[in-house]
Design a protein around this ligand. Structure first.
Ligand SMILES: [Zn+2]
Length: 231
C-alpha cells in the first residue's frame, strides 16, 4: 500500500520513501506526494533520486512511479522524491478554480446543471456542461466575473474524509456512483455545497488569483465546453 501524502497535505513538495517493489520501469513506494492521474487531474512530474518520473498511476492501493531509467533502483532502497512544484501548484489553482466556476455557473444560470468530470493540467481546466441554452460571451463573462468575485474573498477550502456506505449523487456529474463502502473524500468552500473530489486543492481561494473563461470546442451530445485559465 502507498500512503498518499498529497491527500493529507497538498503542499508537500519533497519526501523520503522506501521502494516496496519494482515492476518493469515502475517503482511502488510506501509513501508519495506524486499525484497519480485520476479524476481528470494529470499526474505529477518530478524526480526520484534525481531520475525523472515520467508517469504516475494508481493501481488499487498502490501508486506506480514510472521512471526514465530504473537501473539504479532496488527493492527496499530509501529514495528522495521531489515533485515539480510550480507545475503542481498551477494544477491545484486550476482544479480549485474549476469547482468555483461550476458552482457559480449553477447559481447564475441553471441550478440543476451538471458537467462531465473535468480534465485539468497546468495550462487549463475544461469541463463539458450539460446546458440547454446558448453559451454566449455574455454568459461566460457573467460567470467569470462572479467566480473572480468569490475567489478574491479568500474563502477557506475544506477537505475531509467521510465513511460512507453508499455514494450519494455527485452534484458535478449528477451521477449516483455505484454502492461501495469506504472512505469518501469531500470538498467544500464556505457558502457552496459539498462535493466529492480526490484531487489536490489550494487552502484558500485567493491563492487561485484571477481567472479567465473561454468557450472550448463543442464536444457534442448537447454539451458546452468551458475552459478555465489562470490570468
Ligand atoms: Zn475536483
Amino acid at each position: 500500500m502507498t500512503e498518499r501524502l498529497f491527500w493529507r497535505d497538498a503542499y508537500v513538495k519533497d519526501f523520503s520513501a522506501k521502494i516496496l517493489s519494482i515492476r518493469d520501469s515502475a517503482l511502488v513506494l510506501d509513501r508519495t506526494c506524486f499525484f497519480p492521474e485520476g479524476g481528470g487531474q494529470v499526474s505529477d512530474s518530478g524526480s526520484l533520486n534525481g531520475v525523472r518520473v515520467i508517469d504516475v498511476r494508481a493501481e488499487g492501493e498502490e501508486i506506480l512511479h514510472l521512471v526514465q531509467d530504473p537501473s539504479s533502483f532496488k527493492e527496499g532502497q530509501e529514495v528522495q522524491g521531489v515533485i515539480d512544484w510550480e507545475r503542481r501548484y498551477r494544477i491545484m489553482r486550476l482544479h480549485s478554480a474549476a469547482h468555483v466556476v461550476f458552482f457559480c455557473f449553477r447559481e447564475k444560470f441553471d441550478p440543476e446543471c451538471t458537467a462531465s468530470s473535468g480534465k485539468v493540467d497546468d495550462e487549463k481546466e475544461r469541463s463539458d456542461y450539460l446546458f440547454a441554452k446558448e453559451l454566449t460571451p455574455e454568459v461566460l463573462k457573467t460567470v467569470e466575473d462572479y467566480a473572480n468575485e468569490i475567489i478574491v474573498k479568500g474563502l477557506g477550502v475544506k477537505i475531509w474524509f467521510e465513511d460512507a456506505e453508499a455514494r450519494e449523487v455527485n452534484p458535478w456529474t449528477g451521477a449516483a456512483a455505484p454502492v461501495e463502502a469506504g472512505l469518501r473524500r469531500k470538498w467544500k468552500i464556505e457558502g457552496f455545497p459539498e462535493m466529492e473530489c480526490g484531487g489536490t486543492h489550494v487552502n484558500d481561494t485567493s491563492e487561485i488569483g484571477r481567472i479567465v473563461l473561454k468557450r472550448g470546442k463543442n464536444p457534442g451530445r448537447g454539451r458546452k465546453r468551458i475552459e478555465v485559465y489562470l490570468a
